[in-house]
Design a protein around this ligand. Structure first.
Ligand code: GAL
Length: 674
């Protein structure tokens, strides 16, 4: 495990190796290449500043070509070569893609989709997490890897599986689902109650009738869908644990797995305690760049790890091959994507993959080393990036100190995607992004946390899209204004309890008192939205959603003027002792929402770290470093209060940093000067 920084070395250490450097590298799949290429790879990695590669994610068939027969020679050699070059290894268990022999001997190890179709070999991710033969095989190969390599000096991190979150609807998973439901609900009539099965005559007479939400003629029971999401996440966690336990038994190398941002497949909050290091894969779309959403995702991953530094384990150096039309990243986008991750708390930035594959399903996916070789613009950009990251050692291990939190959890995300809801246009992730955006624009650090988190460190807590919440978590959030903080709640909040049952009575059920709001009905808006009038923010058109709410002992800051809601409250604020509770019952345009969020930030005493930040320049603060990314094609001068030096080498004169078009800076500030 990483060593803490010592007084002798004032720099904190990175979260994986305990060294005072950031990690840089990518997935490395040497089994796709002859041995002589490995030596070239390692030499080029060194030149590029690579210090961590992920090996073995899809190597099962190369490690165990037949059941129980292991071929280690190639992997021994690869690990030795890497170690000799000073490159660490993130060694993966290969459970994401079992070799075809497993399906030949045990057809039940392949997953079944909701329509009952069994998946074939010839791709990847075709496993059934409940098939005993698959589970046994996974344990066998994980144990064998651990026994052989736990003490290998190259191995600095274990990587379990890949991007967990697959579903399987087979009979074995149906059995496991029933066991899971028994543990959650107890008796069958409790399940019936929780799922509301009197509706549409779904009441179960026997456990054997309960199945996963397989193909059905019309809308599924939403509570069944929610529980199947939870079950799938737990089933995947179980599969992760089966492997992690083998790796931990063999030594104390830290263990991770690569998540996928807001991907609904697993509830990362419920996994976090099982990971030594939280990791993410993020594939920004270079054709339609959404840096704000990317920053939000990074803030989420940091929150999953309770603020610890995390790793960006996969991104693309150029184009991916799975979009319909794969526009490549520019070198500027590539560098800025990596530095954004570092600015938001990553201790490492890696890619899929090191060398572009010549064959196989991803032969047209970009890599750090393209088909055309090292003498290419892309590879020069990879080296340049390695050199810049090499200067950011002082950032490794440092934390982002946020006084604002954005609340998110997977059950609410799942609920917001269920069929037959008031509007498909009110999407949880869009709402999160809308409320996060003003923080991103101003460079104010914000953590994304679950509703049950310890919120004491936060002066402002924003709840953009929490459709489903437990009584305890609702009480946790309601305490924020009571202790002098600011709570900002978005529409359609706290509508359901954790089973998915609608809370009856005025909404938002548990928060009517703290918000001073008694909601009557939700009113999705027709195209064109509704006019809203506000003394503070003028007149504007709100979109998508409105609600009929009655204000109780609350200031009405904006009122509807149309849509059958003339004069009724749209945005409200209530003083609670020294604190404030805000409720936004609609979807304001981004400039107005920005002003609402900024008013809340001001009330909470939060200020932008770089006042007057020019448009097109992104700022993010980590520890005592302010990262600046200029996405514009014009040069910009930025004044950073307390600026001491640019770790990336640019001159800082009187606190002013000059950014070239597409330029970047990592400005160390003195706390006294800020
Ligand atoms: C990830 C996956 C990698 C590779 C990559 C391509 O989802 O983990 O193995 O497929 O996508 O973008």
């Amino acid at each position: 495990m990483p060593t803490p920084s010592s007084p002798a070395n004032p720099f904190p250490a990175n979260v994986v190796t305990g060294r005072h450097e950031l990690l840089y590298g990518g997935d490395y799949n040497p089994e796709q290449w002859p041995r002589e290429v490995w030596r070239e790879d390692v030499a080029l990695m060194r030149e590029a500043g690579v210090n961590l590669v992920t090996v073995g994610v899809f190597s099962w068939a190369s490690i165990e070509p037949e059941p129980g027969r292991f071929t280690w020679d190639w992997l021994d050699e690869v690990l030795d070569l890497l170690h000799a070059a000073g490159i660490g290894v993130d060694l993966a268990t290969p459970s994401a893609s079992a070799p075809p022999w497993l399906a030949r001997f045990h057809p039940e190890t392949s997953s079944v989709d909701a329509a009952g179709v069994r998946m074939s070999v010839g791709s990847r991710n075709h496993f059934c997490p409940s098939a005993p033969a698959y589970r046994d095989a996974v344990v066998t190969v994980a144990r064998a890897l651990a026994e052989r390599y736990a003490d290998h000096p190259a191995v600095e991190l274990w990587h379990v599986g890949n991007e967990f979150g697959q579903t399987c609807f087979c009979d074995l998973c149906a059995d496991a689902f029933r066991d899971w439901l028994r543990a959650r609900h107890g008796a069958l009539d409790r399940l019936d109650e929780a799922w509301g099965t009197t509706f549409w005559s779904q009441r179960y007479a026997d456990w054997s009738e309960v199945v996963p939400p397989r193909a059905a003629p019309y809308v599924h029971n939403p509570a069944q869908l929610l529980d199947f999401r939870r079950f799938t996440s737990d089933r995947m966690l179980d599969l992760y644990r089966l492997q992690a336990v083998e790796l931990r038994r063999a030594g104390d190398v830290p263990v991770t797995t690569n998540f996928m941002g807001f991907f609904p497949g697993v509830d990362q909050h419920s996994w976090a305690a099982d990971l030594d290091v939280v990791s993410d894969d993020h594939y920004a779309d270079p054709e339609h760049p959404t840096p704000a959403r990317t920053a939000l995702t990074h803030d989420l991953l940091r929150g999953v790890g309770k603020g610890r530094p995390w790793l960006l384990l996969e991104q693309a150096a150029g184009a991916v091959s799975w979009r319909p039309h794969n526009v490549p990243k520019s070198p500027v986008q590539m560098l800025q994507d990596s530095l954004r991750a570092v600015a938001h708390g990553a201790d490492g930035v890696c890619y899929f993959q090191w060398r572009a594959s010549a064959a196989g399903s991803e032969q047209f996916h970009s890599a750090m080393l393209p088909h055309a070789g090292p003498d290419t613009r892309l590879h020069r950009a990879v080296r340049h990036q390695g050199a810049l990251l090499g200067r950011l050692g002082p950032v490794a291990g440092t934390r982002v100190a946020a006084r604002a939190a954005l609340v998110f959890d997977w059950p609410s995300l799942w609920a917001s995607e269920l069929p037959a809801r008031p509007s498909e246009r009110l999407r949880a992730t869009d709402q999160l992004e809308a409320y996060h955006r003003p923080f991103w624009e101003d460079g104010i650090p914000v953590d994304v946390v679950p509703p049950g988190a310890d919120l004491d460190a936060y002066d402002l807590v924003v709840v953009p899209a929490l459709q489903l919440v437990s009584d305890d978590d609702a009480a946790n959030l309601a305490r924020v204004p009571a202790r002098g903080g600011v709570l900002l709640v978005g529409p359609f909040a706290a509508v359901q309890d954790p089973t998915g049952r609608v809370r009856t009575g005025p909404f938002p059920g548990p928060w009517t008192e703290v918000l001073g709001v008694a909601g009557e009905d939700w009113r999705p808006l027709p195209e064109g939205g509704v006019r809203v009038r506000s003394e503070a923010w003028g007149e504007f058109i709100a979109d998508t959603w409105s609600e009929r709410v009655v204000a109780r002992d609350t200031d009405v800051l904006a009122a509807y003027a149309g849509a059958g809601l003339d004069g009724e409250p749209a945005i409200l604020r209530r003083s609670v002792g020294d604190g404030e509770a805000w409720y936004v019952s609609t979807v304001p345009p981004s400039d107005v929402l920005g002003r609402v969020v900024r008013d809340c930030a001001r009330a909470a005493g939060l200020a932008a770290p770089v006042p007057g930040l020019p448009a097109g320049v992104e700022a993010a603060v980590r520890g005592d470093v302010v990262f600046l990314l200029n996405a514009d094609d014009v040069a910009r001068d930025v004044t950073v209060p307390g600026a001491v030096e640019d770790l990336l080498g640019a001159a800082v004169v009187d606190g002013r940093v000059g950014l070239e078009p597409g330029g970047v800076a990592a400005v160390r500030v003195s706390p006294a000067g800020r």
